[in-house]
Design a protein around this ligand. Structure first.
Ligand SMILES: CC1=C(CCC(=O)O)c2cc3nc(cc4[nH]c(cc5[nH]c(cc1n2)c(C)c5CCC(=O)O)c(CCC(=O)O)c4C)C(CCC(=O)O)=C3C
Ligand SMILES: [Fe+2]
Length: 395
C-alpha cells in the first residue's frame, strides 16, 4: 500500500505529539443471556423503538447464546492496534470504552485520567457520518466528561479521529473480501453475479441531515451518509472490475431497519433486493457489508442468518464478503489517522489519505453536523463548550 506508507512517513516526524493515549470507542454488546435485556434497555432508552422490534432483536442475541460478537472483535482490534503501534515504535497506550455495555466509556475515561492522560485521540468503530455513527458518540463523550468534571477530576481533551470510510486501509481489505466471495461462487454464475453493498438503514430524515450542513439533502437523497457509502461502493466495484475484468452490476441496499413502520427509513432492504434480483434473473449475489467495521450482530444475524435463508428459499446463490475487523491494514490506517491528526494539531498540513471522489472528511464536526432530534451537548466538535455545559447524567 504505497501511498499509505508514504503518508505515514510524511507526517511521522513529530510522532504522536500532542497525544498521550488512544481510546477505542465502540457500541458494546451483551456477554451472556442475562445481559441481553439490560443491554437493549441501554441502547433504546428514550429512542421510541416498538416493543415488538425489541423482542425480535433480543431473539437474535439469544440465538447466539446471548453473546454479541462485537466485544471479541474489539478485543482483536485492540490487539492488532497494540501490535502495529509496537512494531512501528509508536509508544501510545490504547484503551477501550463502550456506549452501551461494559467496559463503559465513563469508567474507561476515568481510568485514563487517573493514569495521567490529558490529551486523548478517539477512534469510533463507525466509519461514516450519521447521528448514530458520529454525533451520538460525541454526546456520550460529553456526558462522560461531565461526570468526571462533577467528580472533581481533571477533564481531558478528547479529539475524535476523522471518518475513515474512504481511507485505503479500510477499503482495500473490503476489495479483497469481495474478490474472495466472487471466487467462491459457483463458476457458472460468477461472471453474472451482482454485488449488493449493504449498510445499516437509518430514518431518511436522519440520512438527509447527515454530515456537515453543506452535505445535507432534501427528499430522501440521503445526505453524507448515502453519498459516502455510494463512493466506497463505487471504489470497490471499480477495483473488482480492474482485477477480474468483469463489471459486476452493483447497488447500495440497506438492512437492520428498526423504528416505527410509519417512519420512512432508507430502502430497499437486502431481503427485498434479493427477491427482486432473483425475479430479474440475476444468478448470484455477493452481499458486501461495507457499513460495518466488523462482523456485528447485524452481519451475523441479518445477513448470515436471515438474508442467507431468504436466498436459499429463492434458490439464489449468495456469498457474504468479509468486514475489515482486525485486518493489519486497518490497524495501519488507524496509525496513519493518528499521525495525520497529531501533525494537524501541531499546525502542519499533512497529506490526508483518501480513495474515491470525496475528499478526506473533516477533523472537527462543524456546527449542525448530523443534528440530534433533541439537541444535547456533544464533545469533539466545533459546538463543544466544555463539560460544565453538560449536566452530569443521573447515576
Ligand atoms: C447507523 C448505525 C450503526 C452503524 C454505525 C456503527 O457501527 O456504530 C449502528 C450500529 C450498531 N447497532 C447495534 C445494535 C443496535 N442498534 C439498535 C438501534 C438502532 N441502530 C441505528 C443505527 C445504527 N446502528 C438506529 C438508527 C437505531 C434505531 C434506534 C436509534 O435511533 O438509536 C438497536 C435496538 C434494537 C433495534 O432497533 O434494532 C440495537 C440492539 C450494534 C451492536 C451490534 C452487536 O451487538 O454486534 C451496532 C454496532
Ligand atoms: Fe444500531
Amino acid at each position: 500500500m504505497p501511498e499509505q506508507r508514504e503518508a505515514s512517513l510524511s507526517h511521522s516526524a513529530g510522532g504522536i505529539d500532542p497525544y498521550d493515549a488512544l481510546l477505542l470507542l465502540s457500541f458494546g454488546g451483551p456477554e451472556g443471556p442475562d445481559d441481553v435485556v439490560p443491554f437493549l434497555e441501554n441502547v433504546t432508552r428514550g429512542r421510541g423503538i416498538p416493543r415488538e422490534r425489541l423482542k425480535e432483536v433480543g431473539r437474535h442475541y439469544f440465538l447466539f447464546g446471548g453473546v454479541s460478537p462485537i466485544n471479541a472483535q474489539n478485543r482483536e482490534l485492540l490487539d492488532a492496534l497494540r501490535k502495529d503501534f509496537a512494531e512501528h515504535g509508536l509508544d501510545l497506550p490504547v484503551y477501550w470504552g463502550n456506549r452501551n455495555w461494559a467496559p463503559y466509556l465513563t469508567d474507561t475515561l476515568r481510568t485514563m485520567v487517573n493514569d495521567g492522560h490529558r490529551r486523548i485521540a478517539v477512534l469510533a468503530t463507525s466509519a461514516y457520518a450519521s447521528y448514530s455513527g458520529c454525533r451520538q458518540y460525541r454526546e456520550n463523550l460529553a456526558d462522560a466528561l461531565a461526570v468526571l468534571h462533577a467528580e472533581g477530576l481533571p477533564v481531558p481533551r478528547v479529539d475524535k479521529l476523522r471518518h475513515y470510510f474512504n481511507h485505503p486501509g479500510f477499503i482495500r481489505p473490503m476489495i479483497d473480501g469481495v474478490l474472495a466471495s466472487l471466487a467462491g461462487l459457483p463458476e457458472d454464475v460468477r461472471a453474472d453475479a451482482h454485488i449488493a453493498f449493504t449498510t445499516h438503514s437509518i430514518p431518511t430524515a436522519a440520512a438527509d441531515t447527515s454530515g456537515a450542513p453543506a452535505d445535507h439533502t432534501q427528499d430522501g437523497e440521503g445526505g453524507a451518509y448515502v453519498a459516502q457509502h455510494l463512493d466506497v461502493a463505487r471504489v470497490i466495484a471499480d477495483a473488482v472490475h480492474a482485477e477480474t475484468g468483469v463489471a459486476h452490476p452493483w447497488r447500495l441496499v440497506y438492512q437492520s431497519r428498526s423504528g416505527a413502520p410509519h417512519i420512512p427509513w432508507l430502502e430497499p432492504d437486502i431481503c427485498d433486493h434479493l427477491e427482486e434480483a432473483h425475479g430479474a434473473g440475476v444468478p448470484a449475489v455477493v452481499m458486501a457489508p461495507i457499513g460495518f467495521v466488523s462482523d456485528h450482530m447485524e452481519v451475523k444475524y441479518d445477513l448470515d442468518t436471515e438474508a442467507t435463508a431468504k436466498a436459499a428459499e429463492l434458490g439464489l446463490p449468495v456469498a457474504r464478503s468479509a468486514t475489515v475487523g482486525a485486518d493489519p491494514r486497518f490497524a495501519a490506517a488507524v496509525r496513519d489517522l493518528l499521525l495525520e491528526r497529531a501533525a494537524t494539531e501541531r499546525g502542519r498540513s499533512p497529506e490526508r489519505c483518501a480513495l474515491g471522489a470525496l475528499a478526506a472528511s473533516h477533523d472537527l464536526c462543524p456546527v449542525g453536523c448530523c443534528p440530534a432530534r433533541a439537541p444535547r451537548p456533544a464533545a469533539a466538535g466545533a459546538d463543544w463548550q466544555g463539560p460544565a455545559e453538560a449536566p452530569a447524567p443521573a447515576p
